[in-house]
Design a binder for this molecule. Structure first.
Ligand code: PLP
Length: 393
């Protein structure tokens, strides 16, 4: 018997990643975009908690031009796995990182003169001409050079022989709400910069502004490329943005019943005794808790068991949560519960979880800790293709 660590049984709680749904979402997004608009798949933070490598491999097959990432480490994981697509680092780079970026062909956003100079010197040292993107802040006041101060920086880039201005971009602070006034103001500011470039006969291959919300609701702002993150994972950025039928969530969270307790009236559950049984009750214990990223709530929320809702009772522990299964008598030890996702005809959505956390869907996806193994399912490329084509025809 092989008892080394590669073969030990996995814990009975996990995150399931449905790769057929991912593929289908990507196909639906690709189909919705004009052919000439490129797709930059945003896979920062382990592809919003889904596991960047699996997601990137499928996104390449489904026509993504390249990937957007936040950190050098994230980009290096993809490069070292053999991914040769363009990788755009979205944030700000420290000087020490520039050599790595040039050596491994990672595309950098440059937002200030000093970085331009340093990157140019590093690139020259490698005898390379490296592509750069300029991030223009048009109102969000995060990264980037102000729209009304962008031209000198762009001219500086053009004067450096070892740099090639490949892209100019901006980012919307509000693209998924019904109210588009501020997004349109930002786009107008961005266009001022584009017009100034045209007047100087400076052509830029990739002008890009849209995240998922912009891709859905600001088609006039698609320009040469869109940067899609959350929608690829089957989650709409808000409840009011445009819907694309067929887009479905890629991530589910599951756990198996690891203990069952029978309570007599008046007995209590969990730390702080926050739940008291009003009558005889049957309680199931699931081996997943706030240490896995479940919000630290009390007597709030449900899980699905046998397609029915089992309410959470008591407080969430680090490694356990308790649910009332009195009305689900068929529930037994090691039955599979759905914490987030679909079971039978019911579903606990990412937005339901966001409500429970007092947060947004983005944080729900990224806060499932990596101690929950990511288990990929439905990775049958050919079968998935036929299924999608048949269904969309
Ligand atoms: C994260 C990010 C995106 C993707 O946003 P979604 O709303 O997930 O599509 C796009 N652009 C930039 C600059 C980002 O940081």
């Amino acid at each position: 018997m092989n008892l080394n660590s590669e073969h030990f049984p996995q814990r009975p709680a996990w995150v399931e990643i449905d790769l057929a749904r991912l593929r289908r979402n990507l196909q639906l997004i690709r189909r919705d975009l004009p052919r000439e608009v490129k797709l930059l798949a945003i896979v920062k933070d382990e592809a919003y908690g889904h596991g960047a490598l699996d997601i990137a491999r499928i996104a390449i097959e489904e026509g993504a031009w390249g990937f957007g990432l936040s950190t050098l480490e994230e980009a290096m994981v993809l490069r070292e796995a053999g991914i040769t697509s363009p990788l755009l680092l979205l944030g700000e780079r420290q000087e020490a990182e520039l050599e790595w970026c040039v050596a491994h062909d990672l595309t950098v956003c440059v937002n200030e003169p000093l970085t331009v100079r340093k990157l140019a010197r590093v690139a020259a040292g490698f005898e390379k001409q490296v592509p750069v993107h300029v991030k223009i802040h048009t109102g969000m006041s995060r990264y980037g050079v102000r729209w009304d101060e962008a031209l000198p920086l762009i001219e500086q880039i053009l004067s450096e022989k070892s740099l090639r201005l490949e892209g100019v971009m901006t980012h919307f602070s509000q693209s998924d709400e019904a109210e588009k006034t501020f997004a349109n103001l930002q786009f107008a500011r961005f266009n001022e910069v584009l017009r100034a470039l045209e007047q100087r006969k400076i052509s830029v291959k990739l002008r890009h502004t849209c995240n998922s919300g912009g891709f859905l609701d600001l088609p006039h702002a698609h320009l040469d490329m869109v940067r899609v993150g959350i929608l690829m994972f089957g989650v709409f950025p808000s409840s009011v943005c445009r819907r694309i039928p067929g887009i479905e969530p890629v991530m589910s969270v599951k756990a198996q019943i690891a203990a069952i307790q029978k309570l007599k009236p008046g007995e209590v559950v969990g730390y702080g005794m926050r739940y008291t049984a009003p009558g005889e009750r049957r309680i199931a214990i699931l081996p997943i808790g706030y240490g896995d990223g479940f919000p630290r709530v009390r007597n709030q929320g449900d899980v699905l068991l046998h397609g029915k809702r089992a309410p959470i009772v008591g407080g969430i522990a680090m490694d356990a949560l308790m649910v009332d299964i009195t009305d689900i008598p068929e529930a037994q030890m090691w039955d599979e519960a759905v914490i987030m996702g679909r079971q039978g005809g019911d579903e606990i959505t990412v937005h339901d979880m966001a409500k429970l956390k007092n947060s947004v869907s983005y944080e729900v996806l990224t806060s499932w800790r990596l101690r929950l193994r990511r288990k990929s399912v439905n990775n049958e490329q050919k079968a998935a293709r036929q299924f999608v084509n048949a269904e969309l025809r």
